[in-house]
Ligand binder design. Structure first.
Ligand code: X8Z
Ligand code: ZN
Length: 610
C-alpha cells in the first residue's frame, strides 16, 4: 500500500541532528533539522520497503524477522525525530516548513512505545498478523493439496450459486482469523501506548488527525457524506434482496430484512457486482462481460496491466518505468506463500514502482489494475517533491486516482480499444449503471464501518471480549447484512479482512468512493464532455490529463482542499457527483421497489445466522 511512501527514517545522522537541540531553536536550525531528517527518513523508508516487499512476496519466518526489524528501525527513528522536533513548536516557521513538521508528527500509521522491548514486540506482532493473513487458506478436507487461498476463494464466491457451498467458503475463510484475536488486542494496546507518547489520545485519534481538520470534525464529515448517499444504498439493498429471495427462496429470506453475507458474490459483501447476473433487469438488452471476453481471448495478467497503462498514456502520462515490468509480482507464485491482496509499491520513492497482485483475468481485476496503477502514477507524479510531501493530498486521494480513471471504462471506450464490437443501445444504460452501483454504492457502508470498528477498539469503547459483537453490530447497522453461519466471541471476523491484520486505515476507501466521482466529473468537464455523466470517457483527452497531472504533482505539499480545488473548483468533499452519476438508476430502483419496504429491523442478536 502506499503508506510505504509515507513514513520513513535512518540513524547515521542522528547525533548531528541531536547536537542542534542544545542551541536556542532558530528558523534556520529548524530548516537544517528538517533537511537532515528527510534525508535520513528517505534511506530508512527505502530499506523498510525492500524488506517488506521481500516478506510479502515470499513469506517465511526469516523474511518476517527482517521486515519487522526494518519496520522497527523506521518507527524508532521517526518517533525520536518527532520528539526532537518539539523544540521548534513555538517558532514562527514558513508555511511549508511548518507543514513538514506536522506531517512528520502524523506520519506513523503504527506509532510504537519508545521502550525498545515493547516496540519490538509491536512490530513483530504486526508483521506476524500480516503473515497469518497472507498464509491463510481454506482447506475443505484433510488433503492439503485441496487448500485454497483468498484469491481463488474470491473467485469461487463470485461464481458459485449454491448457498450451502457459499456458506462453506465463507465459514472456511473466516477460520483463519481466531488465532489473530489475542495478538490484535495486544497490538492495539501497544500502538495506543505509542500514540499517547506522541501526544494523541489513541491511535484512532492520530489517524483522524490526518485530514487538515480537527479529528472530531473529520468524523462528522464522514457522517455528513453517509447521509447524502444512504438513500441510494437503501434502495439498492432492497432491490437486491428481492431478487435474491426470488433466486434462493428461504436461504435469502429473513424476517428482519437482513441479507445473508454469503449471497452477494464477495467474501466481505463489500462489492456486489459479481451477482449482476442474478439481479439484472430481465427485459433490458444484453450488455457485455469483460471476464468472459478475457477468457475467450486468453488475455493474461501482463496484457490486463498493459490496458491500464495505455489509458494513462492516452492522457499524456509516461509509460511505466522498465523496472516496473521486471520487478512487479503480477501472478501468484506457485511454490511459496505471498500476500495476494493487491497493492502498489513505491520502493525507492523515485522510479522503482511495482505492483503486487495475483491477477485473474476478470472484470473485477481489470478495475483493480486501474486502481493500482492510479497509485503508481500518483507516486511517479510527486516524486520531485521533498520527501514529506511525496504522498497524496490525503489517503482518500491516493485511493481515488485509479478508480476515477476506471469510471471512463465505458462501452464507447471498450469499442475504441477493440474489446467489444458494438456499443449497447441507450436502453442498456440502466443495467450498466446497476452493475456500477453494485460495485460502488454497495461499498459505501462497508467503507465507513471498518474504521468505525477500529476507532472503537482504539478508544477502548470496544473491549477485546466484545470484538466480534461490535463488528456484527456495525455490519448490521450500516450494511444490513447478517453472518452466513452463527458467530461468537470465539471468532474474530474483522481479522478475515486484509486491512485489519495489515493495519491499513480504511476510511480512505470511503472518501475515495466519493472523491473519484468528483475527480471524474471535473476531468469530463475539462475534456469538453457535455452529455450524461455516466457515459463520459476521458480516454485520450490531453486536457483532462494535464489538469489531473497538475493535481497529482502537488503531492502532499498543500492541504487537500487546495489540491481538490485545483482540479474541481471545489474545496469540499461532496457527494453530488456520485449522486448525479446514479440519478437515473435511483429513479429506476424506486420504481422497482414500489410497494416494498426498504431497510431492515434490528436483529435480536447480530451474530446469529438464520
Ligand atoms: O485494498 C484495496 C486495494 C488496494 S489499496 C486493492 N481496496 C479495498 C479493498 O479491497 O477492501 C480497493 C477497494 C477497497
Ligand atoms: Zn489502493
Amino acid at each position: 500500500m502506499t503508506q510505504l511512501t509515507r513514513s520513513a527514517t535512518l540513524a547515521v545522522l542522528a547525533f548531528s541532528i541531536c547536537s542542534l537541540q542544545a542551541a536556542t531553536p532558530t528558523v534556520a536550525g529548524a530548516k537544517a533539522f528538517m533537511d537532515k531528517a528527510e534525508a535520513e527518513l528517505m534511506r530508512l523508508n527505502i530499506s523498510q520497503a525492500r524488506a517488506d516487499w521481500v516478506n510479502q512476496t515470499f513469506i517465511t519466518d526469516d523474511t518476517e524477522v527482517i521486515s519487522a526489524a526494518e519496520n522497527e528501525r523506521l518507527i524508532a527513528r521517526t518517533t525520536e525525530l518527532v520528539k526532537e522536533s518539539r523544540q521548534f513548536d513555538k517558532l514562527p516557521l514558513p508555511a511549508d516548513l511548518r507543514r513538514k513538521f506536522l506531517l512528520l508528527k502524523l506520519s506513523l500509521t503504527m506509532p510504537a512505545p519508545s521502550d525498545a522491548k515493547l516496540r519490538e514486540e509491536l512490530t513483530q506482532t504486526s508483521v506476524g498478523l500480516g503473515s497469518t493473513y497472507g498464509k491463510g487458506k481454506y482447506c475443505p478436507d484433510e488433503d492439503t493439496s485441496h487448500c485454497v487461498g483468498i484469491d481463488d476463494l474470491e473467485d469461487r464466491m463470485a461464481k458459485s450459486r449454491d448457498p450451502k457451498e457459499l456458506a462453506r467458503y465463507w465459514a472456511g475463510w473466516h477460520k483463519i482469523a481466531p488465532p489473530m484475536r489475542e495478538k490484535y488486542a495486544r497490538f492495539a494496546e501497544l500502538s495506543n501506548q505509542g500514540a499517547r507518547e506522541l501526544g494523541f489520545k489513541d491511535t484512532g485519534v492520530l489517524w483522524r488527525s490526518y485530514y487538515d481538520m480537527p479529528a472530531d470534525q473529520f468524523s462528522a464529515e464522514m457522517e455528513r457524506l453517509w447521509a447524502q448517499v444512504e438513500p441510494l444504498y437503501k434502495e439498492l439493498h432492497a432491490y437486491v434482496r428481492t431478487r435474491l429471495v426470488a433466486k434462493y427462496g428461504a436461504a435469502a429470506q429473513r424476517p428482519d430484512g437482513l441479507i445473508p453475507a454469503h449471497l452477494l458474490g464477495n467474501m466481505w459483501s463489500q462489492q456486489w457486482d459479481n451477482i449482476f447476473d442474478l439481479v439484472a433487469p430481465a427485459a433490458a438488452p444484453p450488455t457485455y462481460d469483460l471476464g468472459q471476453i478475457f477468457a475467450e481471448r486468453k488475455t493474461d495478467a501482463k496484457a490486463i496491466t498493459t490496458y491500464g497503462e495505455a489509458f494513462f498514456k492516452s492522457l499524456g502520462f509516461e509509460p511505466l518505468p522498465p523496472n516496473f515490468w521486471k520487478r512487479s509480482m503480477l501472478v501468484k507464485p506457485t511454490d511459496h506463500d505471498a500476500v495476494c491482496h493487491a497493492s502498489a509499491w513505491d520502493i525507492d520513492l523515485d522510479q522503482d514502482v511495482r505492483l503486487k497482485m495475483c491477477i485473474h483475468s476478470t472484470t473485477d481485476d481489470f478495475a483493480t489494475v486501474h486502481h493500482e496503477l492510479g497509485h503508481l502514477y500518483y507516486d511517479l507524479s510527486y516524486r520531485k517533491q521533498p520527501l514529506l510531501f511525496r504522498d497524496s493530498a490525503n489517503d482518500g486521494f491516493h485511493e481515488a486516482i485509479g478508480d476515477a480513471i476506471a469510471l471512463s471504462i465505458t462501452p464507447e471506450y471498450l469499442k475504441t480499444i477493440g474489446l467489444i464490437q458494438t456499443v449497447p443501445p441507450p436502453a442498456a444504460d440502466i443495467p450498466i449503471l446497476l452493475r456500477k452501483a453494485l460495485e460502488k454504492i454497495s461499498f459505501l457502508p462497508f467503507g465507513l464501518l471498518v474504521d468505525k470498528w477500529r476507532w472503537q477498539v482504539f478508544s477502548g469503547e470496544t473491549k477485546p471480549e466484545g470484538y466480534n459483537a461490535a463488528w456484527w453490530a456495525l455490519r448490521e447497522k450500516y450494511q444490513g447484512i447478517a453472518p452466513a453461519v452463527d458467530r461468537s466471541e470465539g471468532d474474530f471476523d474483522p481479522g478475515a479482512k486484509y486491512h485489519i491484520p495489515a493495519n491499513t486505515p480504511y476510511a480512505r476507501y470511503f472518501l475515495a468512493a466519493i472523491y473519484q466521482f468528483q475527480f471524474y466529473r471535473a476531468m469530463c468537464r475539462e475534456a469538453g464532455y457535455k452529455g450524461p455523466l455516466n457515459r463520459c470517457s476521458v480516454y485520450g483527452s490531453k486536457e483532462a490529463g494535464a489538469k489531473f497531472a497538475a493535481m497529482l504533482s502537488l503531492g502532499k505539499s498543500k492541504p487537500w482542499p487546495e489540491a481538490l480545488k485545483q482540479l474541481t473548483g471545489d474545496d469540499k468533499l461532496d457527494a453530488s457527483a456520485i449522486v448525479e452519476y446514479f440519478a437515473p438508476l435511483l429513479e429506476w430502483l424506486k420504481q422497482q421497489n414500489a410497494g416494498t419496504k426498504t431497510g431492515w429491523t434490528v436483529a435480536a442478536n447480530p451474530m446469529k445466522a438464520q
